[in-house]
Design a binder for this molecule. Structure first.
Ligand SMILES: NC(=O)C1=CN([C@@H]2O[C@H](COP(=O)(O)OP(=O)(O)OC[C@H]3O[C@@H](n4cnc5c(N)ncnc54)[C@H](OP(=O)(O)O)[C@@H]3O)[C@@H](O)[C@H]2O)C=CC1
Ligand SMILES: O=C(O)C1=N[C@H](C(=O)O)C[C@H](O)C1
Length: 232
């Protein structure tokens, strides 16, 4: 496929390596809005929270299928879905494209469902990322929190504050060079259950995004990584 990389930073460059290894060509490496999207068969957007919606809607308007991994722009997600449906386009957003994290998402939902009957345990979450990250909490932490809220009746929201009624507390830490670590903790007076996903580098995110692009090409509709990986 001829791929447009919308965003050519840490992720765009890692995706380029993997896409080339898998036999694709890169026709656009964009760091701003100055590109002609119709040169590409498909676009992969890993840009910035403020740039993502323009990039994605430009692809949909021009009938170019688009994958987005950019986080921090989800206030425009519903509008994007409506546009994609109206234009009969093709679109996938995932807060995390790593195959390991998508297994971790399933494990998190399963654990939350079990723990819903054990109300002595309090849930909390911690995410750690590199210091250049623009958004907090991470998109992945928001997905994990929303999945817990669906299963666990003690929580109806998440918060970066530690003590808020019915809100699942998230701690966001920023440490040099950390690609992405997410931990969920269930703590009672007698013991603690922790589950953690630790990314060792960005290769897993990039491989998942290229796999999603290969899967989406030729399809019409709005999909998620659950569709791509055919899980649950
Ligand atoms: N879903 C997932 O699996 C993952 C998601 N992410 C998310 O992906 C996004 C990018 O992460 P990362 O690569 O680390 O960030 P970087 O800051 O390294 O890269 C962002 C890139 O976007 C460019 N950019 C700025 N404005 C535009 C625009 N209008 N159009 C196109 N590109 C633009 C920047 O250009 P310049 O350098 O000139 O500023 C830069 O090249 C973040 O939102 C991050 O949270 C990250 C990893 C995994
Ligand atoms: O900005 C990052 O680096 C990452 N962002 C994503 C997020 O916000 O969840 C995914 C991954 O954790 C890396």
């Amino acid at each position: 496929m001829k791929i447009a990389l919308l965003g050519y930073g840490k992720m765009g460059k890692t995706i380029e390596q993997i896409a080339l290894q898998r036999g694709h060509t890169i026709v656009i490496k964009a760091k701003n809005n100055n590109y002609t999207i119709t040169e590409a068969d498909i676009a992969i957007d890993f840009s910035t929270p403020s740039a993502a919606y323009n990039n994605i809607s430009n692809c949909i308007e021009n009938n170019v299928p688009v994958i987005s991994g950019t986080t921090g722009w989800l206030e425009d997600y519903d509008k994007t879905v409506a546009l994609c449906q109206e234009k009969k386009g093709a679109f996938i957003y995932a807060s995390n494209f790593s195959l390991g994290v998508n297994v971790f998402f399933e494990l998190n939902s399963y654990l939350a469902k079990m723990m819903n009957t054990l109300k002595d345990y309090k849930v909390s979450m911690e995410e750690i990322h590199h210091t250049q990250k623009l958004d907090a909490p991470s998109g992945t932490a928001i997905t994990l929190a929303n999945d817990i809220i669906k299963e666990h009746t003690s929580y109806n929201s998440w918060s970066l504050e530690q003590e808020k009624e019915k809100a699942l507390p998230i701690t966001a830490k920023r440490t040099e060079d950390v690609p992405g670590t997410h931990s969920i903790t269930y703590k009672s007076d007698v013991d603690t259950i922790d589950i953690t996903h630790t990314a060792h580098n960005r290769q897993g995110f990039a491989l998942g995004a290229v796999i999603a692009a290969e899967w989406l090409y030729g399809k019409t509709g709005v999909f998620t990584m659950k569709d791509v990986l055919n899980i649950s």
